[in-house]
Write a protein that binds this ligand. Structure first.
Ligand code: MG
Length: 467
């Protein structure tokens, strides 16, 4: 079986036997249940769980769950499209056994991401993981490309003892500060231990800029595995934090003012084992395909924002000069450019050079975000897109004429504006297919309606603990 294969009723070849053997092994390790995880259109992680004894049955026949969750909002209200949002029908959740891990910070539990198929054994067109698998398979078939990807994860640690709904930072030390590292020493050490036990190779964990904020970065994997991993790492951060009396928010804006939580994507395209972002004859060593890929992403960023920043709270984060990348600018290692070419250190560039896409937060469904960014990049390759002049320094400081000449424009400043751009974007809508594209639009419009009349503080409070 290839990791890109669809589930089939009766089980993917070999999966049922494998699930049986795994179940025995899991029981021996004190595991009682398996969390079956996916992310909805709004970006909220949803789960079913099964006892270990049902794992083989889940691998063969899946586990039932309504498709209505595809049009849930972050506050669990339900909107609808032509085909989604009704109480009718059912789907089957199939665990990807390749990704099953024992959860180190939730004793008694294992975890696996799922793909969702219909009761008739067809692909569910609203399944974001199936969508990303399709984009990756198509890139291999049509362009001979593979990808390596990683999602940076930032969050705010709050005290569990804070009044209901409120955020009280769990650390008071300065940004990137040694004091803060000491304050949360036990918790972050446990986080490293849990990640190691779960096979997650952590590159760094460090205190970030905002009060109580930390970040973890992990090694790159193929895009589907990278999206799975970002879901797993968030589950792990939350579980570890709870054991230390802490509450975690991945919301893009835990408070209305100040720096928010990002979920920057790192992505590199490879052909025949060669990284296209290095060793070419274009600027900074990009190959022609890497430049066209970056140009495709850059051109579609206004529409992509509806996918990469899906929450009204995301627009409290997306402000100039806060490293969130809010202009259609690209640059080499420029932290204010929405698309940043990261070359990495001399000696390791052929391996590590990649693109970082910054206007992405952790309200974003990582499968949708990676799939849409890759689809935009592939369209750039197909259309031979070229990059304008690069930006050095903060694009917010460019004079109007220079910004215009370089195509540097402010990204949507509201979710409503992002949805308008998304609605106009035939490439993204076609990549998603009508069911997912309509779900994205309906869910975003539902979120916009949900915050009508709220001020910034109220918007931040509304989503503070939703992600
Ligand atoms: Mg950071």
């Amino acid at each position: 079986m290839s990791a890109l294969d669809d589930p089939v009723p009766g089980g993917r070849p070999g999966d049922v036997e494998r699930a049986r053997a795994l179940a025995g092994e899991l029981s021996g390790r004190g595991v009682h249940g398996v969390v079956l995880a996916y992310v909805d259109t709004a970006g909220v992680g949803r789960v079913k769980t099964v006892p270990v004894a049902r794992l083989a049955s889940a691998a063969a026949w899946g586990v039932g769950m309504s498709p209505v969750f595809d049009t849930f909002l972050a506050d669990d209200r339900i909107v609808s499209t032509d085909v989604l949002g009704s109480p009718d029908g059912d789907l089957r959740l199939y665990p990807d056994l390749d990704r099953l891990v024992v959860l180190a910070a939730q004793p008694g539990w294992a975890w696996a991401p799922v793909d969702r198929i219909t009761q008739d054994g067809e692909r569910h067109p609203g399944c974001s993981r199936t969508f990303l698998r399709g984009v990756v398979a198509d890139a291999a078939r049509t362009h001979g490309l593979t990808f390596r990807a990683a999602v940076e994860i930032e969050w705010s640690f709050g005290l569990d003892s804070a009044p209901a709904g409120e955020f009280v930072p769990a650390a008071t030390g300065p940004a990137y500060g040694a004091i803060r590292q000491v304050e949360l020493s036990d918790c972050t050490a446990d986080l490293l231990a849990a990640c190691a036990a779960q096979g997650v190779d952590v590159e760094q964990v460090h205190p970030e800029y905002a009060p109580g904020q930390f970040e973890i970065s992990v090694g790159a994997l193929d895009p589907v595995a990278a999206a799975d991993r970002s879901v797993l790492v968030r589950q792990t951060v939350r579980a570890v934090a709870r054991r230390h009396g802490l509450r975690v928010s991945f919301s893009p804006a835990v408070t209305a003012q100040g720096v928010g939580n990002g979920g920057h994507l790192h992505l590199s395209a490879w052909r025949d084992g060669v990284n296209l972002h290095m060793g070419g004859d274009r600027r900074h060593g990009m190959t022609a395909d890497a430049e066209a890929f970056a140009a495709g992403v850059l051109a579609r960023l206004p529409a992509l924002t509806a996918v990469t920043a899906p929450s009204p709270a995301g627009y409290l984060r997306l402000k100039p000069s806060q490293w969130a990348g809010v202009f259609t600018a690209w640059g080499l290692e420029t932290r204010e450019a929405a698309v940043r070419l990261v070359r990495g250190t001399a000696g390791r560039r052929a391996e590590l050079a990649n693109l970082e896409v910054k206007p992405v937060d952790l309200a974003a469904n990582p499968y949708l975000a990676l799939g849409c960014v890759i689809a935009a990049g592939l369209d750039g390759i197909a259309s031979g897109a070229t990059l304008p002049e690069e930006t050095v320094g903060d694009p917010a400081a460019l004079d109007a004429a220079t910004a215009e000449a370089r195509g540097v424009r402010r990204l949507p400043a509201s979710l409503a504006e992002a949805v308008e751009r998304f609605q106009e974007d035939e490439v993204l809508r076609a990549a998603l297919g009508p069911v997912l594209a309509d779900a994205v639009t309906a869910v975003r419009r539902g979120e916009i309606e949900a915050v009508a009349g709220l001020d910034d503080e109220q918007v931040a409070a509304a989503y503070r603990w939703a992600y």
